[in-house]
Design a protein around this ligand. Structure first.
Ligand code: FES
Length: 134
């Protein structure tokens, strides 16, 4: 956070803090919401996962889709980075690989919005931490 020199700087800072607080509130009440986890280990970041995560967060917000976008560690599908896991309430999580901005757009429009499957799904062979505690 930079120095505040003008009233506009202060307004900008206030907006940034408001959006961060809203994000935290969302993640605390995330049951029943679409969840998108982006693998963000070092190799993932080198493969563009940060850009993918930023794109997903911005576009879901712009398109008024209530979703929580969070980062996670390596999901074990390093060959297909950037990888994301999308969980739509009531459905099993789905992993997508090679998610650049174009693929992220397709996932938002087809899978998240309309429930249509898109190419790039990776068959899951791991359990979430939540699954192992049940
Ligand atoms: S290190 Fe990126 S998915 Fe494994």
């Amino acid at each position: 956070m930079g120095k505040v020199k003008t009233l506009d700087d202060l307004r900008k800072m206030r907006e940034e803090l408001k959006s961060k607080t809203a994000l935290r509130d969302k993640s605390e009440h995330s049951e029943g919401m679409i969840q998108v986890k982006v693998a963000m280990a070092t190799c993932c970041i080198a493969s563009g996962s940060r850009e993918t995560m930023n794109y997903l967060a911005d576009e879901l917000d712009k398109r008024n889709i209530e979703a929580v976008v969070t980062q996670t560690g390596c999901m074990g599908y390093c060959y297909a980075e950037p990888t994301i896991e999308v969980t739509i309430p009531g459905k099993e999580p789905v992993i997508f690989g090679y998610v650049d901005e174009k693929k992220a757009d397709e996932i938002i429009e087809k899978y998240i919005r309309h429930g249509e499957l898109v190419e790039g799904i990776i068959p899951m062979n791991y359990k979430n931490i939540e699954d192992t505690t049940k």
